[in-house]
Ligand binder design. Structure first.
Ligand code: NAD
Ligand code: TYD
Length: 378
């Protein structure tokens, strides 16, 4: 079947994996990647598919309603996978307005432009889909009721082989009440509500998914794992917030992209699905795994880089524990992650060490200058 799919934020971390998967897997689909190319957008993430005939890149801001109207009608878009967002909690603490603008007003502009276009067609919403990608952070934070860790009651193929801990009895369910704490999660929560309101009010076919922390290739090196891999390589300090006791639930990015593909095609309208791999780690423990892996791959003696660990002032409002219960997705759509954590982290570290040019281009700021020149006439 021919389809015209708009993927927003496709030059970012997760978006680039989704674009790559769709362009390669669905030659009959026309994939339009719409991205503003903020500091977090990098077309080098898509070098391998940029010349494919079923791929188009558009540089635009999702908060620009006129531009969203133009793009959606020009490309006759019938499906939207919306990933574009400001995504880093620390930046949201310093600059909450940018988060409200892009994540809330941007999502609203996209919804409105899609609504106007789809309602103008004879078939209206038939065969259409607006799929919004969100985060587990909207649910707030869980208690650390088992600070030393207990055997996890649930596992998936992504769960660590050696460490299947849960740090509390509670998990986020699709029915968990929203309780965001950071400006980032507050803006994502707001956008989730707007998406659902377009279903409930106008009958737009929408889906929302809330995923746990992703890791893997092409993640911007302000986030924990790529930042620490790069710092270890340069023997720079590794800033651990607080005591390093906060717990995150980690999923390999390609498994998230596979879940998005499945849900986009087979998910039920108006539903919410949680996505996660039952793979909880305390920050300090995952940092030690990263150090061990980087040291081994660089040929350093074991423990060589442990001295780089530097405890720093905690993040304001730092959520203690995130843990996703993704059994609904497993049960209803048969999704299973494919990659166990040990293998995922090995692939991730190898990728960053093998792609130092990609990293150096970002840390030097070269990639941004290139886009400013390339798009200076727009
Ligand atoms: P990212 O920061 O790597 O990429 C975001 C992309 O959006 C960039 O390419 C950026 O240029 C683009 N963008 C930002 N503002 C824009 C605007 N106004 N108009 C158009 N494009 C704009 O983010 P990511 O980690 O890939 O996250 C993608 C989505 O997944 C986000 O919606 C995020 O909330 C969600 N999410 C992320 C994680 C995670 O662990 N990274 C987990 C769950 C959900
Ligand atoms: P991050 O990758 O920013 O993702 P999120 O805040 O969305 O979970 O951070 C992951 C965890 O690592 C989080 O608990 C904050 C912590 N962290 C540090 O301790 N030091 C750092 O330099 C960074 C970036 C994060």
């Amino acid at each position: 079947m021919k389809r015209n799919i708009l993927i927003t934020g496709g030059a970012g971390f997760i978006g680039s994996h989704v674009v790559r998967l769709f362009v390669n897997k669905y030659p009959d689909y026309h994939i339009v990647n719409l991205d503003k190319l903020t500091y977090a957008g990098n077309l080098a993430n898509l070098k391998d598919i940029e010349d494919k005939p079923n791929y188009t890149f558009v540089r635009a801001d999702i908060a620009d309603l006129e531009e969203m109207r133009r793009v959606i009608s020009e490309y006759k878009i019938d499906g939207i996978i919306h990933l574009a967002a400001e995504s880093h909690v620390d930046r949201s603490i310093k600059d909450p307005f940018t988060f409200a603008r892009t994540n809330v007003m941007g999502t609203l502009a996209l919804l409105q432009a899609a609504k106007e276009y789809w309602e103008s067609l004879p078939e209206k919403y038939e065969g259409k889909r607006f799929y919004h990608i969100s985060t587990d952070e909207v649910y707030g934070a869980l208690e650390l009721t088992a600070p030393e860790g207990i055997e996890s009651p649930f596992t998936t193929a992504a769960s660590s082989a050696e460490h299947h801990h849960a740090y509390g009895e509670e998990f986020f369910l699709e029915t968990t009440k929203y309780n965001p704490h950071s400006p980032y999660s507050a803006s994502k929560a707001s956008s989730d509500h707007f998406v659902r309101s377009y279903h409930d009010t106008y009958g737009m076919p929408t889906i929302v998914t809330n995923c746990s922390n992703n890791y893997g290739p092409y993640q911007f090196p302000e986030k924990l794992i790529p930042l620490f891999i790069n710092n270890i390589r340069h023997r720079k300090p590794l800033p651990v917030y607080g005591k390093g006791e906060n717990v995150r639930d980690w999923l390999f990015v390609e498994d998230h992209a596979r879940a998005i593909d499945l849900i986009f095609h087979e998910g039920k309208n108006a539903e919410t699905y949680n996505i996660g791999g039952f793979n909880e780690w305390k920050n300090i423990d995952i940092i030690k795994v990263v150090i061990k892996t980087v040291d081994r791959l660089l040929g350093n003696p074991e423990g060589h880089s442990l001295d780089l660990i530097t405890y720093v002032t905690d993040r304001a409002g730092h959520d203690l524990r995130y843990a996703i219960d993704s059994r609904k997705l497993q049960r209803e759509l048969g999704w299973e992650p494919s990659l166990q954590f040990e293998e995922g982290i090995e692939r991730t570290v190898r990728w960053y060490l093998d792609n130092q040019e990609w990293m150096d281009n970002i840390t030097s700021g070269e990639y941004e200058k290139y886009y400013d020149d390339m798009y200076s006439n727009r």
